[in-house]
Design a protein around this ligand. Structure first.
Ligand code: WTA
Length: 640
């Protein structure tokens, strides 16, 4: 991280908003909007008026039991009613809600009315299967319209969805299903990836051997690969059959504002993934408002968020944000450079995408292929661009700005987290931008940079990124783990939300994110916990102990560097008897099996010992300092 910081510190360029963008913008005066947000309860209450409420709320914010905040209490609302049903009574009825495209050149268009029918059928079938309000439904699906149908169906009847990213593998699927005690699993035969089909059904078959709570599996026939039925869950139903003959009328459940909407698992500092719990009304208000104002959504937009629906970016900004605004959301299944590195730009040109939201990793990756790809397409439809997931380096920012945005589309570098549910620090199209800075907190958000005691640090100095006031889309707890919720986010620095990131603020009050302050890696924008990776290593028969740190990577930001102590008689380069692969290759295969392709291994080294505290905790800090050639710092607690 240190290297990046110096680059950022020297970054002085400013890009003023262009007059045409500002003139059309939903919010024309950024500073005035921030001023308005200072009365944050009033600000969010005003935003909540955009929805259809079955019963209006009594209290905007109930903070009587901090930090278990409650928003819009007393209100009754249904997300799906607002994201789908509401539109079929308007001129949007036959407008495309979901535009699906994939690497084979296939496309599917689902109008709001078609989505309404499908969601109702799915919701009714879930009810027939005995799914009740509050019960969990797990999904392990590719980017496809059926995933959105399943999510919206859950929200319609009050079931809680738990979407598992399709790039995760068996171990991760088992853990997430079991922790949430999901009763239903929705999966698919497979997903398209670089000309191949990854057979998801095979992965779920293996996972279900260890998931006793799942009673029914619904399988989407997505790729046309023959499906071997196994009925491990007791009952398997194909999606097409599932939807047959079902009535298309389904009353929306009048949810209480604070009723759970979904659980999404993410990595933390310790081994077990955290079940981040989001609730209904506040989440809707937060994601709809940020989508509308940051990406300046209008009726004629074609919105494309490349983030997978299996992560929070997809939940908030590929599904709920755009649909709550009645926009068309494009979902794409495939890699950014297959069949060629021009594929994304071809899609932008073909459909006339107007707003485009992606990750710094993807930009760095595509930038490597040179300007000729974007330059051979007409990208003039693009009006606003955005990034999320990791710090954006100024070089990639400039490339994105020039080659994709034609020096007219502003870049919204948005800082937020699975936990925050919505963007917290981000510009608006009317903001003057600095490449690499996330600019200032969104209106209504009181973010700060502090030292360990919670005192604000002076401008220019690095510190912990915290938020001082609650916001509507904030997560409410960690599923079944209140104590961890308190310890991880609220007890470290009393009275504020500690995000786990380091940041600094420049002389204009602009925020610059420096990276994580905890043992979480960001690999190609995906959050990977070092402890999870270490457990995966140790579950291999040849490994006695492992310690994992992040290693800088020019494209992915970070990759895994692992230090392993092997059991007696093993060496990394020796071949294993049974299959003739080298141990090092087998370790990589094992990791992919347990965690999926998100766990990108950059280097594995064999060591005889690991730096530990006297109480036996691995000091990754020492390994990191050694790796970066920095001072080892305070080593008084080091055992050896
Ligand atoms: C990092 C993703 C720099 C940060 C929405 C945060 C960022 C973590 C940015 C959350 C950004 C996210 N600039 N870093 N614009 N956005 N991060 O939960 O470290 O997958 O804590 O949510 O990503 O990752 P998560």
């Amino acid at each position: 991280m240190t290297k990046d910081t110096t680059v950022l510190l020297n970054e002085k360029r400013i890009f003023n908003p262009n007059a045409e963008t500002v003139e059309k913008a939903n919010v024309k005066d950024w500073e005035a909007e921030i001023e308005k947000g200072k009365d944050f309860k009033r600000y969010w209450a005003e935003k909540a008026e955009q929805f259809h409420w079955f019963k209006k709320w009594d209290t905007v914010l109930d903070d009587s039991n901090k930090p278990f905040y409650k928003w819009f209490t007393g209100g009754r609302i249904n997300l799906t009613y607002n994201a789908v049903d509401r539109w079929i009574k308007t001129e949007k009825r036959n407008q495309v809600a979901i535009l699906y495209a994939n690497e084979n050149g296939d496309e599917k268009k689902v109008t709001y009315y078609e989505l309404y029918l499908a969601v109702n059928k799915f919701a009714n079938r879930l009810k027939n299967l005995g799914v009740k309000k509050g019960e969990r439904v797990a999904m392990y699906l590719p980017m496809c319209p059926e995933l959105l149908v399943a999510m919206l169906a859950c929200a319609k009847i009050g079931a809680v969805h738990n979407v598992i990213y399709s790039g995760l593998s068996v171990g991760a699927v088992v853990e997430r299903i079991n922790d949430s005690k999901a009763k239903i699993l929705v999966t698919a035969d497979g997903t398209f990836r670089r000309g191949k089909v990854i057979e998801l059904k095979k992965i779920t078959d293996e996972a279900l051997l260890r998931c006793p709570t799942v009673e029914t599996t619904i399988v989407v026939e997505h790729t046309g690969t023959p499906i071997k039925t196994s009925d491990l869950s007791g009952k398997e139903i194909f999606y097409r059959r599932f939807m047959e003959k079902e009535t298309a009328e389904c009353e929306p459940e009048p949810m209480e504002s604070e009723d759970p909407l979904f659980i999404l698992y993410t990595s933390g500092s310790t081994g077990k993934p955290k079940g981040v719990l989001h609730t209904t009304a506040g989440y809707m208000v937060g994601v709809a408002t940020t989508t509308r104002n940051i990406f300046d959504i209008h009726n004629d937009d074609l919105w494309w968020c490349t983030g997978d629906v299996g992560w929070i970016t997809g939940h908030s900004y590929a599904v709920y944000g755009p649909l709550l605004l009645g926009t068309t959301t494009l979902i794409y299944e495939g890699a950014p450079d297959f069949p060629g590195p021009g594929i994304w730009w071809e899609i932008v040109e073909k459909y006339g995408v107007t707003k485009f939201y992606t990750s710094p990793t993807a930009i760095r990756h595509l930038m490597r292929y040179g300007n000729k790809y974007p330059n051979s397409y007409d990208l003039s439809s693009l009006k606003v661009l955005g990034t999320v997931g990791e710090p954006m380096n100024p070089e990639a920012w400039m490339w994105f700005y020039k080659n994709i945005g034609g020096e007219k589309a502003p870049i919204m570098d948005t800082w937020w987290q699975t936990e925050t549910g919505m963007h917290l620090i981000a510009p608006l199209p009317s903001t003057a931008l600095k490449p690499g800075s996330v600019t200032k907190p969104f209106p209504g958000i009181d973010a700060d940079i502090v030292d360990e005691e919670g005192n604000s640090v002076p401008l220019g100095k690095g510190g912990y990124l915290v938020v001082r006031n609650p916001w509507p889309a904030m997560f409410r707890t960690l599923y079944k783990d209140k104590q961890r919720y308190l310890d991880t986010y609220w007890n470290k620095i009393p009275g504020v939300y500690t995000a786990g990131d380091m940041a600094r603020r420049d002389e204009d009050g602009y925020f610059w994110i420096q990276g994580r302050s905890d043992d979480v890696l960001k690999i190609a924008g995906h959050r990977v916990g070092t402890a999870e990776v270490e457990s995966a290593f140790v579950s291999h028969p040849a490994v006695a102990e492992a310690a994992v740190i992040g290693k800088s990577d020019p494209i992915k930001g970070q990759v895994i560097k692992a230090f392993v102590i092997l059991k007696e008689g093993y060496k990394l380069k020796t071949r294993l008897m049974e299959n003739q692969t080298k141990l090092i290759e087998d370790l990589e295969r094992h990791l992919r099996y347990e965690l999926g392709p998100v766990a990108v291994v950059g280097e594995i080294v064999q060591v005889d010992s690991l730096p530990k505290t006297r109480s036996g905790k691995i000091m990754r800090r020492v390994l990191r300092a050694q790796e970066n050639g920095e001072d080892l710092g305070d080593t008084s607690t080091l055992e050896d």
